[in-house]
Design a protein. Structure first.
Length: 127
């Protein structure tokens, strides 16, 4: 049993290493996807809100259909506003990172880029 626990701990350590190697690239790819998809999801939720608002106008106030439409309208409105906020935050973060990071200091692995910038460059300028 002890050997299996040791193997499992080794496996977890290997996964941590793999995660650390791809973390920045995965984050960048996911933020790019989110930047593209969030406005589309917000627009789709806006269409749903309009549909459920029209159903509210036609349904009697004391019916189950009315309560169902109100619940779905609130749900889709919340999801749409959340996606708009997420899209805005992703775009704002990209602007901030672009302004803060100089191209020579920021790379796919931002921690290495900042460390290299703080220690100075190994590249000599022509004399």
């Amino acid at each position: 049993m002890k050997i299996r626990i040791h193997d499992f701990l080794n496996l977890l350590a290997r996964w941590r290493g793999e995660h650390a190697r791809v973390q920045d690239q995965a984050t960048s790819a996911n933020l790019s996807r989110l930047r593209a998809v969030a406005p589309l999801v917000a627009a789709l939720n806006a269409v749903h809100v309009l549909i459920f608002a029209l159903q509210l106008v036609r349904a009697p106030v004391d019916s189950n259909r009315y309560r169902w439409a109100v619940g779905l309208l609130i749900t889709h409105l919340t999801m749409g506003l959340t996606m708009l906020a997420v899209a805005g935050l992703v775009v704002a973060a990209a602007v901030i990172v672009t302004r803060v990071c100089e191209p020579r200091h920021c790379s796919a692995n931002s921690s290495e880029g900042h460390d290299a910038g703080s220690r100075g460059s190994n590249v000599r300028s022509p004399a």
